[in-house]
Every structure is written in structure tokens, then in C-alpha cells.
Design a protein around this ligand. Structure first.
Ligand SMILES: O=C(O)CCC(=O)C(=O)O
Ligand SMILES: [Fe+2]
Length: 329
């Protein structure tokens, strides 16, 4: 089936979009053009209503996704001493410490993670156990970079921007990173995995196992991103919201830890390079007679401000720095 859109009735809670009409292998016939149009409408609705949706037939091999999640679980199952051997020296130069880390004990969020940057980056610290985890993480990184390029092209067209504009605007891949995570089972009185937040980047891609727990806020209601085998979650980040002057929505999402089992996920952050200046594009401001909703800023400045949230998380989510920091009222 091609180009399906669904809403809450899909059973997965969030919209599902089939990307096969956009893949290079898709035949350029009339039928495919219709399917492409339908899929575009689905993405448009998903980006303006939810900011978070699932994609299927995206080109990333399902076997790779399953293997990656399994190997990460094998790693996180190792004793703490063993995992700590793969933690970077904070003086390494990366914006965040690469390799293994866990949230500070006082954090309201309860998870541990492995952070990696572009495979060619000298900052990366990889576990040697399980032996194939490194190569699988690198493969996932490369695949999701391709998905990022594809998705930014689709978002670009859905926003009605000149062909290839976003991909050109964001063609430098040095700022991307990936977080491989384990969420511990919920305690009797406490189930926070990730507190409600919006992602500060362009687009995030999430691979999740079958535990569930990721939720998106829509019209005041938390909607589950129920796992569908082989699917990838697409999350619109703050940069798309700013560039589109709020036409597309940076989703408010959270992770609630499931009871009785751990949850494993990969989150790949498709970013902008730090030096890039960002502001609402003229297509959504002066060309349509609208005032910009954000002032101009450098992406790197915003990520530096947000870094504090990761290293020293505030007790209340409302104390986090978010995109409203740049709002023009
Ligand atoms: O692990 C997940 O499912 C979500 C991760 C996430 O939202 C984030 O890292 O910003
Ligand atoms: Fe997030």
C-alpha cells in the first residue's frame, strides 16, 4: 500500500506516511504521481498538526534497525564498570561528551545513553563489546543521514519552497549526532524517561523497540507513538518551526517509562552547522505580509544555551531554554 495517511484511527496514535513514492526506485508513472501527492498532503498535515509522525518504506533496512536495537540492549546490559570504560574525556572538544553516559543522579529523567557524532569525527568513543555495535551504529548513522536529506527535501516541497532550497541551506553535515538510549523500567511512583520537550534541531529520527512510551502532545492530549515494526519516527524540530514562521510545528514530546521492562531507542539529530544563522524565511513573512515570530540567531548559540539542560537538568521543564527565547512578541 502506498501513500496512506492515517490519524488516530490508524491504531498507532500518530500519522503514518509511506515514503515509497519518494524513493529513487519509484516508477515515474501517473499512478505514482498521485501517490506522491497524497503522501505530500499527509506530511503537510502531520507537520502542521502533530510535528511527530511515523514513516514506513523509508529505505532503511528493517533488519539493520532490529539488529541495532538488540546490540544496544546487549551493551546496556553490561555492568556499569564495563560501560564506563567507553566514556569520553570531556576535554575532547565535542560539544557534548561522546561515548557512554547516564543522566546525573539528581536528574528527573532516568536514562543512560551512548552519544556519537559523524563516523569520521575524531571525538567518537565506541564500545568494543558487543563487537559489532560500532559498525552497526555507524551504518545507522549513515542511513539516517540519507533519510534526513530525503525528509528535508519532502518538507521543503510541502512548505512550497523552491526545489532543493532546504537541502542546500542545510548541506553541511558536521553538526549531526545520535543518542543511543536505554530507559529503565518505571518505578512504582516515578515513570519519567524524558520530560516534555521540543528538539532544538532541524529534524530528529527515532528508532524504538516495541516497549512504547514515546508520546506527543496534541491539543492538550498526550498521544502515544505506538511502535510499528520497521517504522521510523520523524520529529520536527525548532529550526523547521522557525524557518517556516510556525507553519510547521516543533512537537512537544516526552517518554514515559514502561513498567516491568527497559525501553531502547536511537535518536538521530539532523542539525544545522553551528555557525548557520536562522530566521523565518521571507516566504512566510514579508512575501505573505506576516511579521516574523522569531529574531535572527546562530544555531550554535542556541545549542550552547540548551546544553545546560543536558549537563545540569533543571528540576522543572519550564526552566529549560526553548525556542521562545528568540520569540518576538
Ligand atoms: O527515545 C525516544 O524515543 C525519544 C528521544 C527524544 O525525544 C530526544 O532524545 O530528544
Ligand atoms: Fe526529543
Amino acid at each position: 500500500m502506498v501513500g496512506i495517511t492515517s490519524s488516530i484511527s490508524s491504531g498507532s496514535g500518530i500519522p503514518v506516511v509511506d515514503l515509497s513514492p519518494f524513493l529513487a526506485a519509484a516508477a515515474e508513472d501517473e499512478n505514482m504521481a498521485v501517490e506522491k501527492k497524497k503522501a505530500m498532503e499527509a506530511v503537510k498535515e502531520a507537520c502542521s498538526e502533530y510535528g511527530l509522525f511515523q514513516i514506513v518504506n523509508h529505505g532503511v533496512p528493517t533488519a539493520l534497525i532490529d539488529r541495532a536495537l538488540q546490540l544496544s540492549a546487549d551493551f546496556f546490559d553490561l555492568p556499569d564498570d564495563e560501560k564506563r570504560k567507553f566514556t569520553s574525556n570531556p576535554a575532547g572538544g565535542a560539544a557534548l561528551p561522546s561515548g557512554y553516559n547516564s543522566r546525573p543522579l539528581h536528574s528527573p529523567e532516568k536514562n543512560e545513553f551512548l552519544l556519537m557524532f559523524n563516523p569520521s569525527s575524531p571525538f567518537n568513543v565506541y564500545p568494543t563489546n558487543p563487537p559489532h555495535l560500532r559498525e552497526v551504529m555507524e551504518e545507522v548513522f549513515v542511513w539516517l543521514s540519507k533519510t534526513g536529506w530525503l525528509m528535508e527535501g519532502i518538507i521543503n516541497d510541502c512548505l512550497g519552497l523552491p526545489t532543493g532550497f532546504l537541502q542546500q541551506f542545510n548541506s553541511d553535515r558536521k553538526g549531526d549526532f545520535m543518542s543511543v538510549r536505554r530507559y529503565f523500567p518505571a518505578a512504582e511512583d516515578e515513570d519519567r524517561g524524558l520530560t516534555p520537550h521540543q528538539d532544538g534541531n532541524s529534524v530528529t529520527f527515532i528508532l524504538q523497540d516495541d516497549a512504547g512510551g514515546l508520546e506527543v502532545l496534541r491539543n492538550g492530549v498526550w498521544i502515544p507513538a505506538t511502535p510499528t515494526p520497521g517504522s521510523i519516527i520523524v520529529n520536527i524540530g525548532d529550526m523547521i518551526q522557525v524557518l517556516s514562521n510556525n507553519k510547521f510545528k516543533s512537537s512537544m514530546h516526552r517518554v514515559v517509562r514502561p513498567k516491568g521492562r527497559s525501553r531502547y531507542s536511537f535518536a538521530f539529530f539532523y542539525c544545522l552547522p553551528a555557525e548557520k544563522w536562522v530566521e523565518p524565511l521571507p516566504e512566510f513573512t514579508e512575501k505573505v505580509g506576516e511579521l516574523p515570530k522569531y529574531r535572527k540567531f546562530q544555531f550554535g548559540e542556541y545549542t550552547q544555551l540548551r546544553k545546560r539542560d543536558v549537563i545540569d537538568p533543571p528540576q522543572r521543564p519550564e526552566d529549560s531554554i526553548g525556542i521562545t527565547h528568540y520569540s518576538i512578541n
